[in-house]
Design a protein around this ligand. Structure first.
Ligand SMILES: [Zn+2]
Length: 108
C-alpha cells in the first residue's frame, strides 16, 4: 500500500473544499484526520494553512490529514471543529429506530 504523498493529500483537501460532495452522485465526503476526527468543508477551508502545516510536518496537532473519503454509510459524524453534523450517503445501517429521541434528562 502506497501512502499518499503530501501533495496528493492536499490536492484531495482542496478538492474537498471546492466540492464537498462527490460528483457524480452527490455523495458527502469527509476529511479524516490522523486522530480519527472528521471535519466539514467549511472548517477545512478556514483552517487550510493549519491542515497543510500539520500534515506536512506529520504533526499530530489535530489537523493532520489522513484521507478524504466518501462517507458512504454510518451514523452521523460531527465536525471536530464546528460540531456541525455530517450525514452519510445511506445513513446508519445499524439503526432501525427512529433517531428522534428526546434528550430529556431528569436530574434527580
Ligand atoms: Zn466544521
Amino acid at each position: 500500500m502506497n501512502q499518499p504523498t503530501l501533495a496528493e493529500k492536499m490536492r484531495a483537501v482542496r478538492q474537498f473544499i471546492r466540492e464537498p460532495y462527490a460528483w457524480p452522485g452527490g455523495y458527502p465526503k469527509t476529511l479524516l484526520f490522523a486522530d480519527g476526527q472528521v471535519c466539514c468543508a467549511d472548517c477545512a477551508k478556514e483552517n487550510y494553512r493549519l491542515i497543510r502545516s500539520d500534515t506536512k510536518d506529520n504533526y499530530r496537532g489535530g489537523w493532520q490529514v489522513e484521507a478524504v473519503q466518501i462517507f458512504w454509510e454510518g451514523p452521523v459524524e460531527f465536525c471536530a471543529h464546528c460540531e456541525c453534523p455530517i450525514e452519510s450517503a445511506y445513513g446508519d445501517p445499524d439503526s432501525d429506530q427512529d433517531q428522534d429521541q428526546d434528550q430529556d434528562q431528569d436530574n434527580g
